[in-house]
Design a protein around this ligand. Structure first.
Ligand code: 5GP
Length: 244
């Protein structure tokens, strides 16, 4: 794809990507080469990360669609860009946990790291960096008018279907899906999965407990080791097939 010119209108800029308008109802999601952790306290350039993330997220959305799960993905635009449908994003982070890790271990010392969670735990967090994306009481989104009563079950059901698809995909490639985060939007026929699914949003470990996700950077602050892991993830996943 040709480099993006200044002519494209920037709609949104986040920590890891920019969204540009690209025709009626469509947009380009352009991944940055930057890696951040601990709410921006660690920040480094990781050349190539944007392209690995765009290709892996495209592959992951193609996987979800093969399971009949709706997403905002249209096609992989090459390099660090993905074409998406614009959608009405719900300000929640939906986390699914198959094993105890990260913030769950911190808040519940009764549990040990990597204890298996059966059934998996689905958490809803309010998406707000300034507040540190706080974990919500299950009724909070209804009380706040973010979700309708009947949408609570629907969102959990969607998260578990995504978990089944991703867990079995990575299991076939020798990796365990510890946990992941998705974001969700509405259209007139229900929910769809939006945002990204990459090594920044999933924890994936091999049988020796080695990470292939952003935990590598959180622990070592090495962009080189992080990029090696992301190359391995993309090699294992394979390239996306729907190009534009
Ligand atoms: P934890 O709550 O244990 O820190 O994270 C659980 C899972 O959700 C991990 O796979 C983590 O990468 C993902 N996750 C949680 N919050 C965020 C976030 O704000 N941004 C991103 N990219 N991933 C998140």
């Amino acid at each position: 794809m040709a480099p993006l010119s200044g002519a494209l209108r920037l709609l949104y800029e986040g920590k890891s990507k920019r969204i540009y308008a690209a025709g009626p109802g469509e947009a380009l999601m352009v991944f940055k080469d930057e890696v951040t952790a601990f709410n921006g306290r660690y920040r480094d350039e990781a050349p190539g990360k944007g392209a690995y993330s765009a290709a892996l997220t495209s592959r992951m959305f193609e996987l979800l669609e093969s399971y009949g799960i709706k997403t905002h993905y249209i096609c992989y635009a090459g390099g660090n860009a993905v074409k998406i449908r614009l959608a009405d994003v719900i300000p929640l982070e939906v986390i699914v946990r198959n094993y105890v890790y990260g913030s769950m271990k911190k808040r519940l010392p009764l549990l040990k790291e990597m204890d298996k969670l059966e059934p998996p735990v689905v958490e809803l967090h309010y998406k707000d960096d300034r507040l540190g994306d706080p974990l919500l009481h299950p009724r909070d989104p209804v009380a706040a008018g973010i979700l309708a009563e009947d949408e609570l079950n629907a969102i959990e059901d969607l998260a578990l279907r995504v978990n089944n698809a991703l867990s079995s995909f990575w299991r076939d490639r020798g990796l365990t899906l510890v946990d992941f985060k998705i974001e969700v939007a509405r259209d007139n026929s229900g929910f769809m999965v939006v945002d990204e699914i990459t090594g920044d949003t999933m924890r994936l470990i091999d049988p020796e407990g080695r990470h292939y996700d952003k935990e590598v950077y959180r622990r070592t602050r090495s962009t080189e080791l992080l990029l090696q892991s992301y190359v391995r993830l993309l090699e294992a996943a394979g390239n996306p097939s729907r190009r534009c």
